[in-house]
Design a binder for this molecule. Structure first.
Ligand code: PEP
Ligand code: MG
Length: 302
């Protein structure tokens, strides 16, 4: 339950990735300092019609209450052609991971998107809620998502909330300076960022082992993202699997990542690790990792 403060005084927020209402209370019990990623897909999958505004507002509110003042980042719906959602009538796609996924699907189905945003704003009246858009690839997508969010907010007369985006597409990294000016924070979705950077399907039965998020190509993407965010005075978190990897913890914090969002069982270990960490050493190791030629070399760093 102690804060994750490194030996030289740098504080890292350690928060949880969750995907069910009861996991909010479990986050608090496990020492989590909030929720860094609520995957809202659980409300939409395995059923034959979309959840109503009421149903969603109830689920989000329950989590906000359980967190008792700790922040929660609610990610808007992130499904795509690879998951069957019968009531959405999604046409089959040849390349679903390059198709109508994440924010693209929501922008093409504004009624669905608005319902979710209304439910999120209702829950935001009860505690610190932040909204995060997945799979942002362009400034245009962000502008459209923000405009719709603002329309919904005004309709409800709700207070503004912080808005962030996931950085999980290489184009978002390359445009990070411009994107940073338009948001309050970034959270790196390293699972997808790795898949799209290395062009390796994260679920591939043979190749997925090559999709190592600590590959220097991915670390350089994250480095670029952090430097762009720093210039704009915005913070960066990581919510992909490498945030809970012991070497990932050192390298990411060494690159300037300020928030790690991990699975509930990893929270205590990540906090304990940071409390024993020298940020000076982490920065030095991160610089060496950026200079490596491949993931295996990064994995051998000591
Ligand atoms: C990611 O892509 O790293 C991420 C956290 O999102 P998801 O795993 O839900 O795609
Ligand atoms: Mg993702």
């Amino acid at each position: 339950y102690q804060p994750a403060i490194a030996r030289d005084g740098v504080r890292i927020e350690v928060v949880a990735n969750i995907a069910a209402p009861e996991e909010a209370a479990k986050t608090v019990d496990a020492g989590g300092e909030g929720v860094g990623l609520l995957r809202t897909e659980f409300l939409f999958l395995g059923r034959d019609q979309a959840p109503t505004e009421e149903e969603q507002a109830e689920a989000y509110s329950q989590m906000v209450r359980a967190l008792n003042g700790l922040p929660i980042i609610i990610r808007t719906l992130d499904i795509g052609g690879d998951k069957a959602v019968p009531y959405m009538a999604m046409p089959a796609e040849e390349n679903p991971f390059l198709g109508e996924r994440g924010i693209r699907l929501c922008l093409n189905r504004p009624a669905l998107f608005r319902t979710q945003l209304r439910a999120i704003f209702r829950a935001a009246a009860l505690g610190p809620v932040r909204i995060m858009f997945p799979m942002i690839a362009t400034l245009e997508e962000l502008a459209r998502a923000k405009a719709l969010t603002e329309e919904v907010r005004l309709e409800l007369g709700a207070d503004p909330v912080e808005i962030g985006i996931m950085i999980e597409v290489p184009s978002a990294v390359m445009m990070a300076e411009e994107l940073a000016a338009q948001v309050d924070f970034f959270s790196v979705g390293s699972n997808d960022l790795t898949q799209y950077t290395l062009a390796v399907d994260r679920m591939h039965p043979v190749l997925s082992r090559q999709a190592d998020g600590l590959h220097p190509a991915v670390l350089r993407m994250i480095d670029r993202t952090v430097r762009a965010a720093d210039k704009a005075g915005k913070w960066v978190g990581v919510c992909g699997g490498i945030a809970g990897d012991p070497l990932g913890v050192v390298l990411l914090t060494g690159l300037g990542v300020r928030e790690l969002s991990v699975s509930i069982p990893s929270i205590a270990a990540v906090k304990a690790q940071i409390r024993g960490l020298s940020m000076e050493r982490a920065r030095a190791l991160a610089q060496r990792a950026l200079a490596c030629t491949g993931a295996a070399q990064v994995r051998r760093l000591r």
